[in-house]
Design a protein around this ligand. Structure first.
Ligand SMILES: [Mn+2]
Length: 316
């Protein structure tokens, strides 16, 4: 792992005001990493603000620094000379924040997505469980202190992105980092309760709707779940797609989410054999080999047909 420690140290030492942001529809990994880095920078006497393209990931509400998480329009972006952009394979993932970045901004890109396009002055893109794991390696490599609050921010991102250490990108190093974070004072059960046991009544009902919609295709190896406009009223539930993989024999799960009339965000999850990032890229999306996403417009039945045709080519 090349952490480019000297370059990152210079980037931090030479900047005074840092903007931190992550992808649209932020999650606990991206936001946890932003929160940990903001805490680090403030501890060093720097100005560090988190400005997100849309509402923050709710799983992070209990973390230190939550009241300081802003929508980007609440900040004057022209006032920053440095930015740290996390958990994004490309700059367009930060949505409307991108057009509002000041010219001459120095960018540090910290990410763990396959196919990161190396935007930014310094790029740390590693094949690793989570951006939060990468941030741990970086902060400890630089020799900065990690307190219990920062450890909690990082641990939250790690358990979120690894599905509690279940997904294939979970490596021995992930457990080593988690062990170190527990040593630093992380309360495992408390975090799990906040992250996984804190859903609204409406979002649990939404899960029921999605499960009720499940259909199997391609010799029962692909599960498709569908939430229409009405089903989406409780919010955008990325993790529901994983329920498709609970079905025995299913290799790929697909969740269609109708965000605007006939405009869908589609989440893909793969158990083992299919690289769903390749499928997503065929439609202009992206992600990881086991978890990816894309957007398509049209009727749900047509979208399902198109995606199944491509998945079918990968299901040998
Ligand atoms: Mn991530």
């Amino acid at each position: 792992m090349d952490l480019k420690l000297q370059a990152v140290r210079a980037f931090i030492e030479q900047g005074d005001d840092f903007l931190l942001t992550t992808h649209v529809n932020s999650d606990a990994d991206g936001l946890g990493a932003c929160m940990a880095l903001a805490r680090l920078l403030r501890g060093l006497g720097k100005r560090a603000d988190i400005g997100l393209p849309d509402p923050p990931a709710e799983q992070c509400y209990f973390l230190a620094g939550w009241p300081d998480v802003h929508h980007y329009t609440d900040l004057d972006l022209s006032g920053y000379s440095s930015a740290i952009i996390v958990d994004c394979p490309s700059l367009d993932r930060i949505g409307p924040v991108r057009e509002n970045l000041p010219t001459g901004l120095r960018i540090l890109n910290i990410d763990h997505h396959h196919g990161n396009d190396n935007f930014g002055e310094i790029n740390l893109a590693e094949d690793i469980s989570s951006t939060c794991e990468l941030v741990y390696h970086l902060v400890s490599g630089l020799g900065y202190e990690i307190d219990a609050a920062m450890a909690t921010q990082l641990y939250t991102g790690i358990i979120f992105d690894t599905g509690s250490f279940r997904f294939s990108l979970t490596k021995p190093s992930t457990f080593a980092v988690a062990g170190a974070l527990v040593q630093l004072g992380v309360q495992l059960d408390d975090i799990a309760n906040h992250v996984f046991g804190n859903k609204s009544f409406d979002s649990v009902k939404q899960l029921g709707l999605a499960i009720d919609s499940i259909q199997l295709h391609l010799a029962d190896r692909v599960a498709v779940l569908h939430l229409d406009r009405e089903g989406m009223q409780a919010g955008d539930p990325d993790e529901i797609v994983n329920y498709g993989l609970m079905v025995k024999g299913v290799e790929v799960a697909v969740l269609l989410k109708e965000q605007e009339p006939q405009r869908y965000r589609v989440s893909l999850r793969s158990r083992d054999t299919v690289d769903v990032s390749e499928v997503a890229r065929l439609f202009g999306g992206g992600g990881h080999s086991r978890a990816s996403g894309l957007r398509l417009e049209g009727e749900a039945s047509e979208i399902t047909k198109k995606i199944l045709a491509e998945i079918g080519r990968y299901l040998a």
